[in-house]
Design a protein around this ligand. Structure first.
Ligand code: BJW
Ligand code: ZN
Length: 247
C-alpha cells in the first residue's frame, strides 16, 4: 500500500512519462506471454526454432501457421484494465509516450493511438524480397497452434510474405527505437509493465531512463533484473495494480 501511494505520487507529479510494456500487460486479456512457466508461449514451442529468420527460411509454413494462430488469439482478445489505465495516464499527463515490445494491438484498441512498437506487429506482414507491405489474409477458420499454413505470395513480385515482427538477430525499426530512446532519456517517470527485461536492445530502455535520472516504477508479479533499478516495485498483475495507480 505504501509502495502504491509512493508510485501514484511520482506519477501524478510527472510532466513527462514513458510507459514501457511487455507481454505481461496482455496476459490478463488471454494473450500468452513468452517465458512464463506453464502458460508461456515457449513452454509449448521452441523460441529459437520459431522466432528467427532461419526458421522462416527453413519451414515457412510452420512459422506462418504459428503467427496466424497468434493473430487469431489476439483478434478475439479484448484490452484489459491495464491497457485502459495506460490510456488514462496519457489523458492526465499529455507528454506520455507508450512504448511496447508487444506485437498485439491492445494498446491501440484501448485508446493509445501513438504506441511505439519496438518488435513490430502481427498486423503488418511484408514481402521478404521487395519488403512491400502485404494484405492480411482472410481468416481460414480457427487455426490451432501447431497447424502449418503456407504464407501468401507477394502481389508485386511473387516473393514469400512474412510476419512483420522483429526476430532474433534482426534490427529493431530505427524510428521506433529512436523515439523510445528519446522518451526514456527525457522522462521524469518510466513505468515498466509486464516484461522480463531480458531481451535487448529493448531492455536498455528502462535502464536508460534510470541513468538519465527518471524514477522507474515497475509493475510485475515476479522479480526481474529490473528490480534493482526501480525506485518502486509493485508486485502484482497489471490489470489490478495499474487502475489503483491512476485512480
Ligand atoms: C505479468 C503478468 C501480469 C505475467 N501483469 N506482468 C545483449 C546481450 C545479450 C544478447 C543480446 C544483446 N543484444 C542483443 C542480443 C541478442 C538478442 C537478445 O536480446 N537475446 C537475449 C534473449 C539474450 N536480441 C536480438 O536479437 C534483437 N536484435 C538485435 O540485437 O539485432 C542486432 C542487429 C543490429 C543491426 C543490424 C542487425 C542486427 C532482436 C530481439 C527481437 C525479440 N523478438 C521477440 C519475438 C517477436 C515476435 C513474436 O512475437 O514472436 O520479441 S522475442 C520475445 O521477447 C518478444 C518479446 O517482445 C520479447 C520480450 O519478452 P517480454 O515481453 O518481456 O515477455 P516475457 O514472457 O519474457 O515476460 C513476461 C513478463 O510478464 C514476466 O516478467 C512475467 O512475470 C510478467 N507477467 N503476467 C504483469 N498479469
Ligand atoms: Zn515482393
Amino acid at each position: 500500500m505504501e509502495h502504491l501511494r509512493e508510485a501514484a505520487k511520482l506519477l501524478a507529479q510527472a510532466q513527462r512519462v514513458a510507459v514501457f510494456t511487455g507481454a505481461g500487460i496482455s496476459a490478463e486479456s488471454g494473450v500468452p506471454t513468452f517465458r512464463d512457466a506453464l502458460t508461456g508461449l515457449w513452454e509449448r514451442f521452441d523460441a529459437q526454432s520459431l522466432a528467427t529468420p532461419q526458421a522462416f527460411h527453413e519451414d515457412p509454413d510452420l512459422v506462418w501457421g504459428w503467427y496466424e494462430w497468434r493473430r487469431h488469439r489476439v483478434g478475439i482478445a479484448r484490452p484489459n484494465a491495464g491497457h485502459d489505465a495506460v490510456a488514462a495516464i496519457e489523458t492526465h499527463a499529455p507528454h506520455t509516450t507508450v512504448i511496447t515490445q508487444n506485437v498485439d494491438d491492445l494498446h491501440e484498441r484501448a485508446g493509445s493511438a501513438g504506441t511505439v512498437h519496438l518488435h513490430g506487429s502481427l498486423f503488418a506482414p511484408r514481402c521478404v524480397v521487395c519488403e512491400k507491405p502485404a494484405a492480411l489474409p482472410e481468416p481460414t477458420g480457427e487455426p490451432d497452434g501447431g497447424r502449418r499454413l503456407p504464407p501468401p505470395a507477394c502481389v508485386s513480385c511473387g516473393g514469400l510474405v512474412r510476419p512483420g515482427v522483429v526476430w532474433f538477430g534482426e534490427a529493431l525499426p530505427e524510428a521506433a527505437l529512436e523515439t523510445a530512446c528519446r522518451a526514456a532519456a527525457g522522462c521524469d517517470v518510466l513505468l515498466t509493465i509486464g516484461t522480463s527485461g531480458l531481451v535487448y536492445p529493448a531492455a536498455e530502455i528502462p535502464r536508460l531512463a534510470a541513468r538519465s535520472g527518471a524514477a522507474v516504477i515497475q509493475v510485475n508479479p515476479r522479480p526481474t533484473p529490473l528490480d534493482r533499478i526501480a525506485a518502486v516495485n509493485l508486485h502484482g498483475p497489471a490489470a489490478r495494480s495499474l487502475p489503483d495507480l491512476v485512480a
